[in-house]
Design a binder for this molecule. Structure first.
Ligand code: GDP
Length: 299
């Protein structure tokens, strides 16, 4: 789904989520485990501050397990519950209801003390496009349901999806805009396929992501593409271009005159990265939050 996020649409998306918050107990914020910071909506804390939050690190099957553990700690330290999941295969999904209940423990206990039967936890899934909201809702529902979400400007009636008597989920997720005002987040979003790469130059996306890959996974990259003299970190854009050129030569991406076709080389790198062919990789670490303009947490 392609959404053009104009300021009016953002205001509308924010208002639609605020309306839904009145119906639910817990916000389930879905993030991409490979880019937990870049895949967060920049205003999420402000928009959902009235409700407890469960942060799901989705696509954990593609992310680096050690880094996912670090990110889980980072969000837990901020007072959120966290869980790493893979909505595609269903790994971790059965633990969502329990985690959501943990957030409401005191409220549930009060109901029990009054002799009331605790009702299921009601939740709303929110996240940027392509983070896996529909996949997760379908998995929880146990069937394929048409999920349109609220496109900016379109509303429809709400339905509850019931899951095992413990969790009820609104069937339309809250769709929020990505952090595209921050250029580095934009490149990471494009690299993972969260935003269309044709919005940016593919060779530039590849060069930016190479900086992340060399920093965190240099030896793996060197091994896969037969790279020599790979530094521990790429100091500048030219260093990234040199690495992309080596990848292009190794993979035979040549245009006339023996020059490397950079777009072709970039396409190979990004395709292999997204498909997990380079191994499980996370592009950003919690200690980088706040390093670049626009990525600073609002908490
Ligand atoms: P939405 O726009 O947030 O509703 O995202 P979708 O549910 O349509 O998912 C976007 C893409 O991510 C689809 O191609 C899904 O198959 C894929 N996807 C969703 N969850 C996972 C996951 O946990 N692991 C992997 N590898 N892919 C996933």
């Amino acid at each position: 789904m392609t959404i053009q996020w104009f300021p009016g649409h953002m205001t509308r998306a924010k208002r639609q989520i605020e309306e839904k918050l009145k119906l639910i107990d817990v916000v389930i914020e879905l993030l991409d485990a490979r880019i937990p910071q870049s895949s967060r909506n920049p205003m999420i804390d402000e928009i959902t501050s009235s409700k407890p939050r469960l942060i799901l690190l989705n696509k954990a099957d593609l992310a680096d397990g050690d880094m996912t553990a670090e990110w889980s700690k980072y969000f837990r330290d901020k007072g959120h519950a966290t869980l790493a999941i893979d909505a595609n295969s269903g790994t971790g999904v059965k633990d969502i209801a329990g985690k959501a209940k943990e957030l409401l423990q005191e409220k549930i206990q009060r109901q029990i003390d009054k002799g009331m039967k605790p009702r299921p936890v009601r939740a709303l899934i929110v996240g940027i496009p392509n983070v896996g909201k529909s996949t997760l809702i379908n998995r929880i529902a146990g069937r394929n349901i048409a999920i349109t979400g609220d496109r900016p400007g379109v509303t429809k009636g709400q339905q509850w999806i019931k899951s095992g008597g413990e969790l009820e989920l609104l069937d339309t997720p809250g769709i929020l805009w990505p952090r595209f005002e921050d250029p580095i987040a934009g490149f990471r979003l494009a690299a993972t396929g969260a935003i269309k790469e044709d919005l940016l130059h593919i060779d530039e996306v590849a060069c930016f992501v190479l900086r992340d890959l060399v920093k965190h996974y240099g030896p793996v990259l060197a091994e896969r593409y037969g790279l020599t003299d790979l530094p521990a970190e790429l100091a500048d854009m030219q260093a990234a271009i040199d690495v992309l050129e080596q990848i292009g030569r190794r993979r035979g991406c040549l245009s006339g005159g023996g020059h490397v076709d950079f777009d072709k080389a970039a396409g190979i790198l990004l395709r292999e990265l997204r498909a997990g062919k380079l191994g499980r990789m996370t592009l950003e670490a919690p200690d980088e939050v706040g390093d670049t303009p626009g990525t600073k947490s609002t908490e």
